[in-house]
Design a binder for this molecule. Structure first.
Ligand code: GLN
Length: 478
């Protein structure tokens, strides 16, 4: 029977002849089929995955060396383009749309020998925290199917949680990789803004969006990052900084005491679940016992991060989503029209779901002439203050830690009628996207209600090496 622990072990088993890529694909396809009720997958590419697996097995038998992701079974969130395969951002407006090119991340996965096994459900256009805003229906948390897996990359998180694939790629604009990782008890990494190309990623808010990685262990996440990160001529916002050898770097055993900050306001927040507070505080104590310095820092800007995030991301979304008008892209209404505006309006009204409409309207409002300065300009100013404050913190500290989410996985339906409560639950994750720093959620804790939850770690821009090293140490310590 096929078993997976890490990519490294899988590669050893392949080389020893204990398993094959074909066996791995069969195993995962069966597992996905067993779990269709979780609704994590929108497409499964069984035949082509098997064909590629057979090719890889043959190349290995012929003595070819293994590439970095040889035979690694990967799932892609339904916002990442894979040429000649459907991509819809879980929206009716892109129903039946086929990607005409590969995202840069997809190209790099393929070149490294990965097997893309399917397309994963998510919130429509990556807007949401529960995966209930998908045109294909909600995804369920595999540990408790009455609960959500988080969002927006819920399908990608559940796929790793339930053992449907080895790693998944999601996208994180305000927490959409870290928050579902927290709810599902796995690792979710959002790298520095500009570390991974966004070419071929369907945009939500372009100055926040970043492709992220789900995995069960730090070595696999580091390996996937090493493969997909780095300069790309198709995305001018991606950094040309060299990509470190993350896998070797995290193996470097040098454990030195670190200076770690946490936001006083985050742990004192009235919305924070008491069991999450207690576990986080106990872990801080463990870290100090290990010789790390862990100190509270004042972060009076915390109460502004959620409004700032929702003003800026909805503004960017209203502009990004204007291309889906039934003419350039997207569903076109089958009604007959006399004028173009009516065609746009009806096509968009029919194609977009409720949450996406809400955000387009909010974004158009904050950008409108009379309100631009009061909202958009103000929010940009707060973003700039956050940058300055963050830089000052990283002059004194190596990392910042916090809970990933103030509550464990919500019950399905629980947040439907309280949009504001759902927005507020993003309080700890949106900060990293506002300032562009890397952040990760590592599964360290269990709530008294039986659900897992994580700790969020953040480091300064492009310091994924320290982030991954600390994550590994913390997981060993917990
Ligand atoms: N929950 C946040 C939102 O709804 C984050 C989404 C994301 O990161 N894509 O905007």
């Amino acid at each position: 029977m096929f078993r997976f622990s890490t990519i490294k072990d899988y590669h050893i088993a392949l080389q020893n002849g204990q398993t094959t890529c074909v066996e791995a694909v069969r195993f995962y396809v069966d597992t996905i089929r067993r779990d269709t009720a979780l609704n994590a997958w929108l497409s499964v590419y069984e035949d082509e995955a098997l064909a590629l697996a057979a090719q890889l097995d043959a190349s290995r038998s012929a003595g070819q060396p293994l590439t970095a992701l040889h035979g690694v079974i990967v799932g892609l969130k339904d916002v990442i383009s894979y040429k000649d395969h459907p991509v819809s951002a879980a929206s009716n407006i892109l129903k039946d749309f086929t990607a005409i090119y590969d995202a840069t991340a997809t190209v790099r996965l393929k070149e490294a020998g990965a097997i893309i096994i399917g397309r994963q459900n998510c919130d429509e256009f990556a807007m949401g925290s529960t995966n209930e805003h998908s045109a294909y229906g909600p995804v369920k948390n595999a540990l408790d199917t009455s609960r959500v897996p988080g969002g927006s990359s819920g399908g990608s998180a559940v796929a790793v949680q339930a053992g449907h694939c080895m790693i998944s790629l999601g996208s994180d604009t305000g927490g959409s990789v870290r928050q579902p990782a927290d709810f599902c008890g796995i690792i979710g990494l959002k790298p520095t803004y500009g570390r991974i190309s966004r070419y071929g990623l369907i945009a939500y808010a372009s100055s926040f969006d970043q492709i992220g990685i789900f995995g069960t262990n730090i070595a696999d996440v580091a390996l996937a990052l090493e493969v997909i990160a780095g300069a790309d001529e198709f995305d001018s916002t991606v950094s040309t900084k060299p990509v470190p050898a993350y896998v070797d770097e995290i193996d470097n055993p040098a454990v030195t005491p670190k200076r770690i900050a946490y936001f006083k306001e985050a742990l004192e927040h009235t919305g924070l679940d008491p069991a999450i507070r207690t576990a986080t505080e106990a872990f801080i104590k463990k870290l100090t016992d290990q010789g790390h310095t862990v100190e509270p820092v004042d972060f009076e800007l915390l109460e502004y991060v959620v409004p700032t995030y929702y003003i800026l991301t909805t503004a960017e979304a209203s502009s990004n989503l204007s291309r889906f008008d039934g003419v350039r892209f997207g569903h076109r209404s089958s009604l007959k029209f006399e004028d173009l505006n009516a065609l746009y309006k009806t096509s968009r009204s029919e194609g977009f779901g409720k949450e996406v409409k809400r955000r387009i309207m909010l974004g158009s409002f904050v950008l409108s002439a009379g309100y631009f300065d009061a909202y958009f300009t103000k929010a940009q100013q707060v973003r700039s203050l956050l940058h300055t404050r963050t830089q000052a913190i990283f002059q004194q500290y190596d990392a910042i830690i916090s809970p990933t989410v103030p509550a464990p996985a919500f019950k399905i339906g629980e947040m439907q009628n309280d949009q504001v409560a759902m927005f507020l639950a993003d309080i700890y994750t949106v900060f990293a996207n506002l300032v562009g720093i890397p952040a990760i959620s590592v599964p360290l804790f269990k709530h008294p209600n039986g659900m897992p939850f994580g700790l969020q770690i953040m480091t300064s821009q492009f310091d994924e090496v320290s982030l991954l090293r600390l994550s590994k140490q913390f997981m060993e310590l917990a």
